[in-house]
Write a protein that binds this ligand. Structure first.
Ligand SMILES: Cc1cc2nc3c(=O)[nH]c(=O)nc-3n(C[C@H](O)[C@H](O)[C@H](O)COP(=O)(O)O)c2cc1C
Length: 335
């Protein structure tokens, strides 16, 4: 057994695949084609349920199963109004792994998922929450830092990994996510005790990804500094932190916040209306970018690792490259 396989063994056993590399669920991107390609290549694909209805999720799981007989997971967002119906859909299809994202699991959801026989993976944004989740019976954790694409917390992956891995990695499998673009980083987190890793950005430009050519082109052109976190300019108007590529949409968002803050000052709108206007600004924006190719007005969610995405290539190539880099890094250290 090589050093890499032995360091990944626990993650591989937990996921039931060949390499402990998860492709994190990405709304609109992580559908049947990318998910099955990841799992067929020996990684672990995860369907992004996002705002899907139970019927749509049902169809997506069936379609994914038609494309792979390998294990894959389903990512559910905790605030989805039909969360328990979605859990039921996963149970009906014997989905082996459910990932709960977007906040702490609501009452009864952990039990419902575990009753179905699925393993439950949750995001741990801090050590205290990691401990709480472990006590609640969660089977594995994802530790995701602010380098990641999409919704982010305030702390860097390297810091979360140092805080959480030494305390939690013996108890349950922990997967590290956020800012991973090469295998050397995978090797480092495995050596720190991670059971595996989760990448998103690195897989967006896979041949098998259905993301619009414009969306992929934006990734191929971008460097790390283009993937910026959303900025809140007025303390009264909360902004959800999201990392995405700078574009006209992010520029206009700043202008929009200023405009709404002025309306608030002048009394033209009340606080509820003002906050709704801010909240609604990005509604449907990820879909517009990923599916329709509107890279100016849409949301180009991307992590800082985007600069390491340099070409469109098959998922098998991406995973092989990451594994080769990780193995080489471990060998160099042993020598
Ligand atoms: C375009 C995009 C969409 C995403 N959508 C989701 C989502 O719907 N649910 C979720 O839990 N994470 C989502 N993420 C986060 C990824 O699952 C993954 O954890 C993250 O991309 C890892 O960091 P990296 O981008 O630095 O590799 C998204 C990320 C991207 C880039």
């Amino acid at each position: 057994m090589t050093k890499l396989t032995s360091l990944m063994a626990r993650g591989v056993e937990f996921l039931g695949c060949e390499t402990a590399i998860l492709c994190g669920a990405m709304s609109w991107v992580s559908e049947r084609n990318l998910v099955s390609a990841i799992s067929n290549a020996g990684g672990f694909g995860v369907i992004a349920c996002g705002a899907m209805t139970p019927d749509l999720l049902d169809a997506e799981i069936i379609a994914t199963k038609a494309l792979t007989d390998k294990p894959f997971g389903v990512n559910l967002i905790t605030m989805h109004p039909l969360l328990f119906d979605l859990i039921e859909v996963c149970a009906r299809h014997d989905v082996g792994h459910v990932v709960l994202a977007g906040g702490l699991p609501p009452k009864g959801s952990i039990e419902a998922i575990k009753q179905s026989g699925a393993k439950l993976i949750c995001f741990a944004p801090a050590l205290a929450l990691a401990k709480k989740l472990a006590r609640s019976g969660v089977d594995a954790l994802v530790v995701e830092g602010m380098e990641a694409g999409g919704h982010i917390g305030p702390v860097a992956t390297s810091v979360l990994a140092q805080e959480i891995l030494p305390e939690m990695a013996e108890q349950l499998p922990v997967f590290v996510a956020g800012g991973i673009g090469r295998g050397e980083a995978i090797a480092a987190y495995l050596e720190m005790g991670a059971s595996g890793v989760q990448l998103g950005t690195r897989f967006v430009c896979a041949n098998e990804s259905i993301a619009h050519p414009n969306f992929k082109k934006a990734f191929l052109r971008a460097s790390a500094r283009d993937a910026v976190a959303s900025v809140q300019i007025d303390p009264r108007l909360p902004v959800i932190p999201v990392r995405a590529l700078k574009n006209a949409g992010t520029e206009n968002f700043t202008a929009k916040q200023r405009e709404v803050a002025n309306l608030l000052d002048s009394g033209a709108v009340d606080m509820t209306e003002a906050q709704l206007q801010i909240e609604h600004y990005w509604a449907g924006a990820l879909r517009r970018a990923v599916i329709d190719g509107d890279v100016d007005g849409g949301s180009l969610m991307a992590g800082q690792s985007v600069g390491m995405v340099t070409k469109e290539e098959p998922v098998t190539e991406i995973i092989a490259t990451l594994m080769k880099e990780a193995a080489a890094a471990l060998e160099r250290r042993a020598a």
